[in-house]
Design a protein around this ligand. Structure first.
Ligand SMILES: Nc1nc2c(ncn2[C@@H]2O[C@H](COP(=O)(O)OP(=O)(O)OP(=O)(O)O)[C@@H](O)[C@H]2O)c(=O)[nH]1
Ligand SMILES: [Mg+2]
Length: 287
């Protein structure tokens, strides 16, 4: 569990992030905002991040919140090897019918194992078909039956969500891991794909959050983890969302739902804006 031994109190008097709507806009109004986000094309949201970071758990959390009961669509497992090895697509026909959730294999830190950066880029560009089994040693080849030679717009990523273990973020990252992340970020920027980062396991990072998820935005440790993630991934703090996934608890309450819904709202808005911008640009190209 995280660093609990500081002499400073664990909680601040006031929340360090206090969206203007925190008190007056309750869960249902966030849900109605989400209901109103209707991209003109089906949006693909792609999840990437280290092994065991909680990518599949976060997808389950989103679909749990959307369905208002606990779902486990994406398999979740303990262990050091990647649990998700195939490229998987999840859909939700209730609240999130305009979105598709694409779960990838975890990026390992070693040079030999884990995700190949080229594969992530191929996924984001739409070259990889659902069902492809990732091979850390070789990127997808053009002859593979899961390789799509000429992806259409509907196959491309409209938002990429980095998922990182909030409890592990303060530990030293090996150089080649940071290198992989950096290479990927440069390419993603070139592709103009919006980025959001989810910091999972806030419950393991701060014991106060473990006791009561309601204090998420008053925790120093959580705030510091957000800052570290922002530095490592070069993503603004406002696009970094700490959450506790629906792994530990069967109790569905606003205390877990609200951080997940805040993250979800931003992901959906980013994807929607990207689609709107791309459509406008293609209209003006054709004039
Ligand atoms: N306490 C706690 N455990 C979590 C949380 N999120 C995920 N976990 C646990 O972390 C482990 C890994 O979660 P996964 O969702 O399988 O991670 P992943 O990123 O999909 O992993 P790969 O598919 O192997 O790359 C599981 O044992 C989860 O139960 C969280 O917010 N809090
Ligand atoms: Mg997984």
């Amino acid at each position: 569990m995280g660093n609990y031994s500081s002499s400073r109190p664990s909680l601040m008097e006031e929340p360090w992030r206090q969206p203007s709507h925190w008190y007056d806009r309750l869960e249902n109004s966030i849900r109605s905002e989400i209901d109103d986000i209707k991209p003109k094309e089906k949006a693909n949201i792609v999840f990437v991040g280290p092994i065991g970071a909680g990518k599949s758990s976060f997808i389950n959390s989103i679909l749990t919140v959307a369905n208002r009961h606990k779902v486990e669509y994406a398999p979740v497992k303990k262990g050091s090897k990647s649990c998700t090895v195939k490229y998987v697509n999840y859909k939700d026909n209730i609240m999130l019918e305009n979105f598709q959730w694409k779960d990838c294999m975890g990026i390992e830190q070693g040079e030999e194992d884990g995700f190949n950066t080229k594969d992530i880029i191929a996924v984001l560009k739409g070259h990889v078909k659902v069902g492809y089994e990732f091979n850390p040693r070789t990127p997808i080849s053009k002859d593979d039956r899961f390789y799509r030679e000429n992806p259409q717009y509907k196959h491309q990523a409209h938002c990429v969500v980095f998922v990182v273990d909030g409890n592990a973020i303060q530990q030293h990252m090996p150089r080649n891991f940071s290198k992989k992340i950096k290479e990927m970020q440069e390419e993603i920027r070139r592709l103009h794909i919006p980025r959001v980062l989810i910091l999972t396991k806030a419950d393991l990072l701060c014991k106060e959050v473990y006791k009561n998820n309601e204090v998420m935005f008053r925790s120093w440790l959580v705030k510091e983890a957000v800052k570290t993630a922002s530095d490592i991934f070069n993503i603004p703090e406002a696009s970094i969302h700490p959450v506790t996934n629906y792994e530990r608890t069967y109790d569905m309450t606003w205390k877990y739902n609200i951080p997940i819904l805040l993250a979800l709202t931003q992901i959906l808005h980013y994807a929607d804006h990207k689609i709107e911008d791309d459509l406008q640009n293609s209209d003006s190209d054709s004039e």
